[in-house]
Design a protein around this ligand. Structure first.
Ligand SMILES: Nc1ncnc2c1ncn2[C@@H]1O[C@H](COP(=O)(O)OP(=O)(O)O)[C@@H](O)[C@H]1O
Ligand SMILES: [Mg+2]
Length: 360
């Protein structure tokens, strides 16, 4: 049994119409059957385009969103089934770090009160002196000194504010931290520092992370396992090294082909899979495989009729594609019309990447 196990999680948001918003005319299927698990001291990276449901998975794990169906087990206890009171007693074990550290830190509170809030809410932390010691230890863990306590969020840089956000999560000694786009708002130079810090903290505390990012490069080095999401489904999941070395799902291949290679010669030869068409609406997703409307390899009619299961095709490497073996062997070729293979040198797009964090 893993520390955190999410099983067949569904989060559907009702779409309401009418003056009193009483009429439900449909559902946004933001998350539609996601399973994942994370062990103590491990990191699960969840990636995919904006709108595919990543944050909703994170919020549902913390029960910040109602869960339509499925289970979220922490040490075996199904959180989805807990009463509000029982959930409140578990809440400190699960913490969240957000993309925008400024937006998530109250500008009118000093750092002492921001960091201490969680302890107070959970009746933790002991005496005033012990509590202060806990806060100073948390600041120390993120590389800030005790004199930060009396200061206010606007006195810090973006990177420092994200450190404060991390300290706030650490104060409660959580088992799991959901990091939702933890470095997306930061300068590229600061991103690697914050990712390094998260790794150091994990080594020291054994905390488990779910790291959510739209940028594949961000989760690459920090993750043990990576799951690739598309329109509420996980399309592929593997050990990070395996996924980046050999992406098997057409969607993952397309995402990877958009990452520039540092070597200019390799870069000029790099083939890019261009996805045509817009991301469909999760209120009206394609029947069958969610990716079928944009997949360069889609075959009629199976891909449009039948949802592919996430199946283990290599040890520890799961893929939700009916034709994964045929695509690998070259038996099924991409359609010319729907996907052009264009060398990257002919496309003027630049996708930002994060340098691998330097080993301290
Ligand atoms: N509270 C909500 N009510 C209705 N729709 C929502 C709500 N939260 C998210 N959504 C929708 O669910 C889908 C997934 O959103 P989200 O989980 O934020 O995606 P991501 O984090 O991958 O960008 C989007 O279409 C979004 O508009
Ligand atoms: Mg999000």
């Amino acid at each position: 049994m893993s520390l955190l196990e999410v099983r067949d999680l569904k989060v559907h948001f009702p779409i309401r119409k009418g003056i009193l918003l009483r009429r439900i005319v449909g559902y946004v299927q933001a998350v539609d059957g996601v399973s994942l698990s994370v062990d103590r001291g491990q990191t699960y990276g969840l990636v995919g385009e904006s709108g595919c449901g990543k944050s909703t998975v994170g919020r549902a794990i913390l029960r910040l969103n109602d869960i339509t169906a499925g289970e979220v087990r922490l040490d075996g206890t199904d959180l989805a089934g807990l009463s509000t009171g029982a959930m409140r007693r578990q809440r400190h074990r699960l913490q969240m770090i957000f993309q925008d550290p400024m937006g998530s830190l109250d500008p009118r509170q000093n750092i002492e009160s921001i960091l201490g809030e969680g302890l107070a809410a959970h009746g933790m932390g002991g005496s005033r002196r012990e509590r202060r010691k806990t806060l100073i230890d948390a600041l120390d863990a993120v590389g800030l000194s005790a004199n930060a306590l009396a200061r206010y969020p606007h006195e810090f840089s973006g990177g420092q504010r994200q450190r404060i956000g991390i300290a706030r999560a650490l104060v409660l000694q959580p088992d799991v931290i959901i990091c939702d786009e933890p470095v997306s708002a930061l300068d590229v130079s600061v991103q690697a520092q914050v990712l390094n810090l998260l790794e150091e903290i994990q080594e020291q505390t054994g905390v488990a992370y779910v790291v959510i990012a739209h940028d594949l490069a961000v989760v690459r080095h920090i993750s043990d396992t990576v799951g690739v999401m598309y329109l509420g489904h996980i399309m592929e999941e593997a050990a990070a090294d395996d996924l980046y070395a050999e992406p098997l799902h057409p969607y993952t291949k397309a995402l990877m082909s958009a990452i520039p290679v540092p070597d200019p010669e390799v870069e000029a030869q790099r083939e890019r899979i261009l996805l045509t068409g817009d991301l469909p609406s999760p209120a009206n997703p394609p029947a069958g495989c969610r990716f079928s409307s944009r997949c360069p390899w889609a075959q009629s009619t199976r891909c449009h009729d039948e949802i592919p299961a996430l199946i283990e095709v290599r040890p520890g490497h799961r893929v939700a594609c009916h034709w994964v073996e045929e695509i690998e062997s070259g038996e099924i070729r991409p359609h010319e019309v729907e996907a052009e293979m264009v060398p990257a040198s002919e496309i003027g797009v630049e996708i930002p990447t994060v340098e691998p964090p330097a080993v301290p």
